[in-house]
Design a protein around this ligand. Structure first.
Ligand code: THU
Length: 139
């Protein structure tokens, strides 16, 4: 494990904890917040938003990536999801894929085992390069 010096993980975790306080999680009672550091130095946040049609739940990382684009775009360099106490959580599989596209292969993601490169969490990923390389080109 590496702490990846230069990234203010405590600050990022604290921002995620604040966001978790805004979660809408009446079904799971499991509030989650997420925070990301953008390559221009700003930070973005999100919280999970559940729905009575349970499968429509939006994870905190979805909201955070939405905030990234809403606030001007750029590349995520660091990201974390936490509970309301600021304890890092493991991102779900779908969110790992989402984080990879928002951050690229240089993204570092905090979690229960400390910060790790995204490719340690999502090995051999499907990426936009696979879209360009294959598929049905009959159009
Ligand atoms: N959740 C997230 O927000 N992010 C994750 O990476 C894992 C799970 C949320 C979804 C749901 O609202 C609650 O946690 C319980 O699964």
């Amino acid at each position: 494990m590496s702490e990846h010096p230069g990234i203010a993980w405590a600050t990022l975790r604290a921002a995620a904890a604040v966001a978790a306080g805004r979660a809408y999680a009446p079904y799971s009672h499991f509030p989650v917040g997420s925070a990301g550091l953008v390559d221009n130095g700003r930070s973005v946040t999100g919280c999970n938003v559940e729905n009575g049609s349970y499968g429509l739940t939006l994870c905190a990382e979805c909201g955070m990536v939405g905030d990234l684009h809403r606030s001007g775009g750029g590349r995520l360099v660091a990201a974390v999801a936490t509970d309301p106490a600021g304890t890092p959580l493991a991102p779900c599989g779908r969110c790992r894929q989402l984080l990879l596209e928002a951050g690229g292969k240089g993204l570092v993601v905090d979690g229960p085992g400390g910060p790790k490169p995204i490719l340690d969490l999502l090995a051999d990923p499907f990426t936009v390069a696979d879209l360009e390389a294959g598929g049905d080109d009959a159009s």
